[in-house]
Design a protein around this ligand. Structure first.
Ligand code: BES
Ligand code: ZN
Ligand code: ZN
Length: 498
């Protein structure tokens, strides 16, 4: 656990000073050079404050720091670029960083970005940079002091900014700790993270941060009549789990609107009998990225004690191949009572989400429903790894979510939901079918399928994170979790309070 202290950067062995690329740099470096006794000219020549640029020097006067890192934030820093610059720095320097590092928010330059945002991004990035992926490696690499001990970040800032910096840094730390937990869940292989194990992790967090968790095992799921979830899980040796969470702030003065979240919790997707090819199948351990994001938002809402009434459900299951698996052509029931023709067993996410949405809607009558899921390859083909797909029946919700995405750097792109697409999921034998059978507009017809289950709700959004939940990262050889959706939904929730 990393801690933060304030106004105490004297005598740290490593001092980090962020600089945004602007005209003030030379002046600031010259002042610093006099104070700490180093050659201003050489630093000005070598350091241009480009985004992610790092220059390390050993100053002549070591009273304040043995080593200074100049960290470039580029000409137009954003919440995302600040976070990434610091994450990049920590990951690169991890083995060399001491137990306590200083973060100087006085000596550098930060352009027009509020200091609270620099503090949040810096702390978030530093802490994420300590994430270690080799959870199951038997010969552990030697880890850095910042990582292995009770590392700490000593922040220096002016008195008049102290309050806002404290808020920003505290939030950056809280978010990063939850994101690291979510990285672990998404990167965990399916033999370590089964649906019931996911339930246990959520329960532990609920106890720690004070939100309510109710778990339903497969027997209880039968009683709840979540037929679509049961259909997906019937071919799996690990039983399904239905996880329900609720957070309600204490000392509630007025009735708050209820925000409802649903996350796709497929702990492994083989495709079922419509089996996937093997080349990328191992990545399907990340098919619970939506569930992990929903869990992360719940944990943070409770941890930061946001004035939000939040309910969240996770239908958790594997999608496996077995004699008992659902078969293409089968007709299944769902909690809503609507029947579904299975065209492709690999379109399992929408089945379990349908039951999750129906349950949430009927039990809690939320004012807003947002579901988030690694739902379609079609969304990846359309948007690549740069944005998640947004599908909604409400223009105001669209603009709130799009704005939240732009401001935190977890981008969304809105797709059309025209009624003409409904014909793609019309079935001759059942009420609806789970796949059009055509290689076109797959992300949209998946969203249309979900829309069929919202029972007239007028404020619903679906977020397809198939391309962004699991991605290439600089310091890892394979794809890794991104925790996409946490900062997005958190920033949406914060926007509701303004
Ligand atoms: N879990 C996948 C979607 C996915 C694809 C996530 C790539 C992450 C990366 C989903 O369950 C799936 O298999 N969807 C199928 C649906 C199709 C059969 C209608 C797809 O998109 O190919
Ligand atoms: Zn699938
Ligand atoms: Zn899937």
């Amino acid at each position: 656990m990393i801690t933060i202290s304030y106004n105490n950067t004297t005598n740290v062995s490593a001092l980090l000073i962020p600089f945004c690329k602007n005209v003030e740099i030379k002046e600031r470096i010259t002042i610093l050079a006099e104070e700490m006794n180093f050659s201003a000219m050489r630093v000005i020549d070598d350091f241009k404050a480009e985004n992610k640029e790092v220059l390390a020097i050993y100053p002549g006067n070591m009273q304040k720091a043995d080593k200074i890192y100049f960290i470039g934030l580029g000409a137009k820093p954003t919440a995302k670029s600040i976070l990434e610059a610091f994450r990049h720095f920590t990951q690169q320097e991890l083995q060399r960083l001491p137990e306590t590092i200083g973060l100087d928010l006085v000596s550098g330059t930060n352009g027009n970005i509020p200091l609270a945002q620099v503090a949040e991004g810096a702390v978030n990035g530093i802490v994420l940079g300590t994430y270690e992926s080799g959870l199951y490696q038997t010969s552990k690499k030697s880890v850095s002091q910042l990582f292995s001990f009770q590392g700490s970040i000593a922040i220096k800032c002016n008195k008049e900014c102290l309050d806002e910096v404290k808020v920003g840094a505290g939030k950056g730390l809280a978010i990063a700790e939850t994101q690291k937990k979510v990285f672990k869940l998404v990167n965990a292989p399916s033999n370590k993270l089964t649906p019931s194990q996911l339930g246990k992790e959520v329960t532990a967090s609920g106890k720690e941060y004070n939100f309510k968790v109710t778990l339903y095992n497969e027997e209880q799921i039968k009683q709840l009549q979540l037929h679509a979830l049961l259909a997906v899980s019937q071919g799996s040796a690990s039983p399904s789990e239905f996880i329900v969470m609720e957070y309600l702030p204490e000392d509630l003065e007025k009735k708050l609107p209820i925000i409802g979240l649903v996350g796709k919790g497929v702990t492994f997707d083989t495709g079922g009998l419509s089996l996937k090819r093997s080349d990328n199948m191992h990545y399907m351990k990340s098919d619970m990225g939506g569930a992990a994001a929903v869990f992360g938002v719940m944990e943070l809402t409770a941890k930061l004690k946001l004035p939000i009434h939040l309910v969240a459900v996770i239908p958790a299951t594997e999608n496996c191949v077995d004699a008992k698996s659902i078969k293409p052509g089968d007709v299944i029931n769902s909690l809503s009572g609507k029947t579904i023709e299975i065209i492709d067993t690999d379109a399992e996410g929408r089945l379990i989400l349908a039951d999750g949405i129906t349950y949430l809607n009927r039990e809690y009558k939320p004012d807003v429903i947002i579901d988030i899921a690694t739902l379609t390859g079609s969304c990846v083909q359309t948007l690549g790894y740069e944005a998640a797909g947004l599908f909604t029946n409400n223009d105001q919700l669209a603009s709130q979510l799009l704005h939240a995405g732009e401001s935190c750097g977890e981008r969304l792109w809105r797709f059309p939901m025209w009624d003409e697409y409904n014909k793609d999921i019309r079935s001759d034998i059942a009420d609806v079918k789970n796949f059009s059978g055509k290689p076109i507009a797959g992300a949209i017809s998946a969203a249309k399928f979900l829309e069929y289950f919202i029972e007239g709700h007028s404020n619903w959004a679906h977020i397809d994170i198939a391309g962004v939940a699991f991605g290439d990262a600089e310091f890892f050889t394979q794809k890794t979790a991104t925790a996409f959706g946490i900062r997005l939904i958190l920033s949406y929730l914060e926007g509701l309070q303004k």
